[in-house]
Design a protein around this ligand. Structure first.
Ligand SMILES: *Cc1c(COP(=O)(O)O)cnc(C)c1O
Length: 386
């Protein structure tokens, strides 16, 4: 049986691996501790912070989908980001994108303020700024493509090459696309990570993270740290996320199909100024998306005419869309980045990153497209009524 295809690998993860009872689906092991076979004779697992069979099955499944060596499951997406920080010493320099996920931005800037490492924040599409940052020989460069919430893309392969030329490690946040649409390790990156809270689990009932390394040695070093600082994911969350993973490719297909139609509907709507969606041929990252992604994803954002008052009226008049943070679940969600996901950023940094008060982000769900469009049509109409 060939399990090279991503849908097959996702579905087959952990299937028929139980030697005791032949359980078809990987069982959940909640035990915190495991007996030794005898004095000084350990089994594969001894303590669930260090290793857990359910978590290991999920970690291997993700590592396979990302085509890496070692997968590490963490308690949250931010725990995966924090885990990467364990590689850094006080003299090391880190480069992060100016428009990265708000929580990542907060973590890196606050740890840098406390002197845990040095930090440069750059617009990674600004060639000059990037060249200047790399000339200072960073230890780590963080990439996020497409970015949240403006869907800006960066050329992962090209930047990774430049980073490797100066000896920097490259870590890519792949949360917005999942391995079903983008595989950064195949583009040269050293580390790929996710908030599994989003598309990978896909059902908005787990907060979790995962990190995969290209090289075995780096993976083992990070796995050592994950146990040391105690941020490994729980067995139950791993079980749920593995369950979600099995339908990732089919979910993504439907999410994308719906998103394409939503984007087309919003593009010429009179209540809207601009729509950010990489599937548009005039999106600055469109050609790059076609090159490094196998689809345009299902996240998009737009600016509503009439500022924050119009945004409020839009939100008040939607019934299918739920006003909530997060993304990537089967249900459609809508959010206001400047007061929600990016509220932790200082206003100047937020505006610098292009996140205005008129900006709205949506995570297009897999409901019937006619219902999704009807809800948006109603909300947008009401948003323009004085
Ligand atoms: C949600 C998210 C994170 C953080 O993950 P948590 O599971 O919330 O800790 C990191 N990066 C991106 C792009 C995200 O959307």
């Amino acid at each position: 049986m060939s399990i090279n295809k991503i849908s097959t690998a996702a579905v087959q993860a952990g299937i028929n691996t139980d030697p005791h009872h032949g359980a078809v689906v990987a069982p959940i092991y909640l035990s915190s501790t495991y007996s030794l076979k005898g004095f000084n004779d350990k089994r594969e697992f001894d303590y669930s912070r260090t290793g857990n069979p359910t978590r290991a099955t999920f970690a291997q499944a993700i590592a396979k989908l990302e085509q890496g060596s070692v997968g590490i499951v963490t308690s949250t997406g931010m725990a995966a980001v924090h885990l990467i920080c364990q590689l850094l010493s006080t003299d090391d320099l880190v480069v992060i994108p100016h428009d990265c996920y708000g929580g990542s931005f907060r973590l890196f800037t606050h740890l840098a303020k406390r002197g845990q490492f040095k930090l440069i924040v750059v617009d990674q599409n600004d060639q000059q700024a990037l060249v200047e940052a790399l000339a200072q020989k960073p230890k780590l460069v963080l990439l996020e493509s497409p970015s949240n919430p403006l869907l800006r893309l960066v050329d992962i392969e090209k930047i990774t090459k430049a980073c490797h030329n100066v000896g920097a490690l490259v870590a890519v946040d792949n949360t917005f696309l999942s391995p079903a649409l983008q595989q950064p390790l195949l583009l040269g990156a050293d580390i790929v990570f996710h908030s599994t809270t989003k598309y990978i689990n896909g059902h908005s009932d787990v907060v979790g993270g995962v990190l995969v390394t290209k090289e075995q040695a780096l993976g083992e070093e990070l796995a050592w740290w994950a146990n040391c600082i105690g941020i490994t994911g729980s067995a139950f969350d791993s079980f749920l996320a593995l369950r979600g993973l099995k339908t990732l490719p089919v979910r993504i297909r439907q999410h994308q199909e719906n998103a394409e139609q939503v984007a087309a509907f919003l593009k010429h709507h009179t209540a809207i100024d601009v729509v950010y969606y990489p599937g548009f041929t005039d999106h600055p990252g469109h050609e790059l998306a076609k090159k490094q992604q196998s689809g345009f994803g299902a996240m998009l954002s737009f600016e509503v005419i009439g500022g924050v008052n119009a945004v409020k009226k839009l939100f008040d008049n939607l019934s299918l869309f739920t006003l909530a943070q997060s993304l990537g679940g089967v249900e459609s969600l809508i959010s206001h980045p400047s007061t929600m996901t990016h509220a932790g950023m200082e206003e100047a940094a937020r505006l610098e990153a292009g996140i205005t008060d008129s900006l709205v982000r949506i995570s297009v769900g897999i409901e019937d497209i006619e219902d999704i469009l009807a809800d948006l049509a109603h909300g947008l109409k009401q948003s323009q009524i004085a």
